[in-house]
Design a binder for this molecule. Structure first.
Ligand SMILES: [Zn+2]
Length: 280
């Protein structure tokens, strides 16, 4: 079974500001339509059996998807989609949002995006949230790594910050998204230390040299078991991500450079991610 642990849904202009979309277009070099239609989403998810879906809440960068909307979207394919809530901890009522989304909407995990929402993930003001998430068995997936957004601070996204969070909350199950790209080495050593810290490799196959090096390093640290498959749909698709992962070693064909073992790639693709995240 392949699980995609990292997919988004949202609509423009309801959930995205013009400024955010302009920056996304600039980063790509061409206009991107970020509105996710349900039928397109399901078609894109055909290569995977289950998918974790979230919006994002980050007023600072003009990205705000209500949890009710995500719950309604996911309810159209409950056998396939596992919906997460998202929070913007700069909002005074974020803990109420957490409780209502967890209980009334039955959302199963949490998505946080510190750099986009402009907060420090190690801020003690978040300890209550982390404690409740751990107590109720909700994994927390964090955006880590870079972005195209000009005003999203890089200092809130270095994966080593999560060492502090994991030391304070060893029972909290966390996923550091995008292997903390391009700070993958920090993400790998953080996951290596902490049994409940996982990584996803979403949106990385199109930077193949960096991903190849990261997976070789992960093999050397014996930490590939912490890496989960994800796509970052609609920014990429599971189909392209799987193909890109399978093609990684082609770059080093005809050389004596190390390979990412086929077994490693298979294990990442077929990782029992839902069980590891306590979602089964
Ligand atoms: Zn994402």
């Amino acid at each position: 079974m392949i699980v995609d642990v990292h997919t988004h849904a949202m609509r423009y202009p309801e959930h995205l500001s013009d400024a955010f979309v302009r920056e996304a277009d600039r980063a790509r070099g061409y206009p991107v339509d970020l509105t996710v239609e349900f039928e397109d989403y399901l078609r894109a998810m055909e290569p995977v059996e289950r998918c974790i879906l979230f919006g994002m809440k980050a007023r600072h960068t003009g990205f705000y998807v209500p949890n009710d909307w995500i719950a309604a979207f996911a309810a159209r394919a409950p056998e396939k989609i596992i919906p997460f809530l998202s929070l913007d901890p700069t909002e005074p009522d974020f803990l109420d949002d957490f409780e209502r989304s967890r209980t009334d909407l039955n959302l199963r995990g949490v998505k946080l995006a510190p750099m986009y929402a402009n907060f420090d993930p190690t801020d003690p003001a978040l300890d209550e949230l982390y404690g409740r998430a751990a107590r109720h068995g909700l994994p927390v997936l964090f955006h880590t790594g870079t972005t195209f957004c000009q005003f999203a601070p890089l200092r809130y996204t270095r994966p080593a910050l999560w060492d502090d969070v994991a030391i304070r909350h060893p029972d909290l199950v966390m996923v550091l998204a995008h292997l903390g790209h391009p700070f993958e080495n920090e993400a790998l050593v953080t996951a290596r230390k902490h049994p409940n810290v996982f990584l996803d490799l979403s949106a990385l196959y199109y930077r193949p040299w960096q991903l190849y090096n990261s997976l070789v390093l992960a093999q050397e640290y014996h930490v590939t078991g912490k890496i989960l498959f994800g796509s970052d749909y609609p920014f990429t698709t599971p189909g392209d991500s799987i193909a890109g992962l399978r093609a990684l070693n082609r770059m080093v064909e005809g050389t004596n450079l190390p390979r990412v073992a086929d077994a490693t790639l298979d294990e990442i693709l077929h990782r029992p991610s839902l069980r590891l995240l306590g979602l089964e």
